[in-house]
Write a protein that binds this ligand. Sequence first.
Ligand SMILES: *[C@@H]1O[C@H](CO)[C@@H](O)[C@H](O)[C@H]1NC(C)=O
Ligand SMILES: *[C@@H]1O[C@H](CO)[C@@H](O)[C@H](O)[C@H]1NC(C)=O
Length: 810
Amino acid sequence: MSDGTMRRQVLLFILVLSVSSALGQVSYSVPEEMATGSFVGNVAQDLGLDIKRLKSGKARVFTRDSTAYIELNREKGILLIKERIDREALCGEMTPCALHFQILLEDPMEFYSVTVEITDVNDNPPTFVTSDVQLNISESALIGASFTLDRATDLDVGRNGLKTYVLKPNDVFSVKMNSQGDGGKSVEMVLNAPLDREKNDHLSLVLTAVDGGEPQMSGTMQIHITVLDFNDNAPVFTQSVYKASVPENAPIGTAVVTVSATDADYESNGRISYSISNMLDHARGLFGIKRETGEVILNGKFDYEKKKNFEIHIRATDGGGLTGSCKLIVDVLDLNDNSPDIHIMSKSNVISEDAKPNTVVTMINVEDADSAENGKVHCVTNDDNNFILKSTSGKFYTLVTDSELDRERAAEYNITVTCSDEGVPSLSSSVTLTLQISDVNDNPPVFERSSYEAYITENNTPGLSIFTVKATDSDWNQNARVSYILEDSSVNGVPVSSYVSVSADSGVIHAVRSFDYEQIKDFQFRVKAQDGGSPPLSSNVTVKIMIQDQNDNAPQVLYPVQTGGSLVAEMVPRSADVGYLVTKVVAVDVDSGQNAWLSYKLQKATDRALFEVGLQNGEVRTIRQVTDKDAVKQRLSVIVEDNGQPSRSATVIVNVAVADSFPEVLSEFTDFTHDKEYNENLTFYLVLALAVVSFLFITCVVVIISVKIYRWRQSRILYHSNLPVIPYYPPRYSDTLGTGTLPHVYNYEVCRTTDSRKSDCKFGRAGSQNVLIMDPSSTGTMQRIQSEKSILDEPDSPLEVRPLSYLLSH
Ligand SMILES: *[C@@H]1O[C@H](CO)[C@@H](O)[C@H](O)[C@H]1NC(C)=O
Ligand SMILES: *[C@@H]1O[C@H](CO)[C@@H](O)[C@H](O)[C@H]1NC(C)=O
């Protein structure tokens, strides 16, 4: 077939549809039987599509059935024949015959509908079912009598279909075509001249069927006629056309209709038998007829979706060979026996959670082979909160997102699309699409708490883990990988990083140094949690670290001042009453709370019955009347303990002089310093003296006696001259000798022990004592007292004191 004979008709109409994914439609027309690779149409041009878009969108042809007759050449944007098309196989008698398909594009998903009409080519000749037919005709047949012949069929349509019949020779019979109700034509022979069996009992004719194509094609059938003896009447059907309708899928053996014919002759010439004279290919074998009764029954099954009606020719033959004919038209009734067929044209399996509403997820094509209501389909989705189905035409749906997606809310959707037809009962089918939502870094890490507080006991080992902060991120994978960062800040002017460190992976906070509660009680800083997204998101939290006190400091005694060699003695007059305030032991503890809660106890005393120490205030008082028998020197050992666990303590020696006059005190306190040494050396001196006496006894009696007398006298004189007494009376208890002494010490205590259980402020009267300071070297004492002054704050004490202080020196 040359290109010149082709008649190409290109129809182009672009429809702008409401939904963007179905943009247009284009139609072409091509003859059947074209060679593979033949040009069909330039879709790119006709649809206004760019070649680049065809390539980037991976344009392809989508057809429901697997045979693709047409292919798309993406490089040129043209449609080509992919496989030879036989119109008769594709459409049968149906006209017009067309191929419907879509051109699918991705990114974004869209499709265009293409219709290619297949025009007929005269490639089929008219054919007869049988090439020979035997007829019996009575010699009495009248001129003008007609005899029905089998029709020829031509699979081509239109002008290529069957056109006419030619009968040869045509001296006795001529051929005649009769139009019938269904548009078809029956063919008959008409008798033109009388038959004489005696002259010619056999005739042979050739019937030729020709079509209207170019070149013309034809088919022939031999007709053998036997001329019979006298039979007046041919059978006549009561109706020339019978109609019946049968539901599809009717069982085999179902009676379709009963035809009947009458014959006016008697005997065998009037006995009628029925037969099916002609059936088209597709009807062959489907119907049968009972010879005697004319009942047409179903021999096979038929399907409305394949063939909607059948035409059968029935012949009635009498015993004499005369025939009559009629036609039976069987309409097939549609049943709703096909459920909608859903076909996914294109789909996304994964969609980003930040996809805009109205993003196309899937395109669906749905078909229902039934007709009318049984074939009308409507589709719905089970998740109409997030997705909606838009219909571009009855057969095409696009599933689009209807709202913002959030992977943290739903990471996967199973969307079921259900399509049902409108038949009764309705048939439906469904398809489930799984759509994954991919993550976008849209959630910052969130700390479990809005702020954190942690405690650590002082004197910790550096590197100790104090505490863990934790933040969670509801995104996925890398976007949810949280790292912890210590934010720069300073504590007391030192970067916080020299106090603590934060482990990036685990959020564990470590102490970098050992903390001292006495230096820093608490501090705070910020920790940032940052995810691994791009760009990363972060949040921060305040962490406050509180250092807890440990009992790591012993009480310090401030008064009485403990000096290495000097002796400070409190003086108690022998006239003192019970409860006389001798002195007050003053101590501080730099710890806090229980650890600084001090208690005072008398540990050792020369006379336990004479003094007591106030448990909480450290006041030393007499508990009985002082008597003359009481020793002048009284030595008390007071222990000061804090309340920590374990507790720490300090011991202080309080010297008390019970005397009314200073010389008394003086003599006693001289021994104070020496009697210990004396006692220790006593034994040694005794042994030595005994040895010396024994050795010298006999040899030096007289001389020694005289010398001894002389020595004894000399030593007495020396002793008296080496003991200068310097009584010291301060005119007023103030800065004599340029030193601040007791009152200042007391004031200092008032301020330093405020957090102790009992404030020493009540202790103002503690200064009303007699104070005795004794030191082997007077200058040493002065220096020490002066050095104490540096921590005293108030130079003028309001306290009224009446001390008697002595400074004794060797
Ligand atoms: C979707 O269907 C799959 C397979 O049936 C199932 O494993 C999954 O849990 C379903 N997802 C949801 C969100 O229902
Ligand atoms: C810490 O978080 C607060 C809000 O919680 C924010 O205002 C501030 O800017 C953040 N600071 C830093 C240093 O990121």
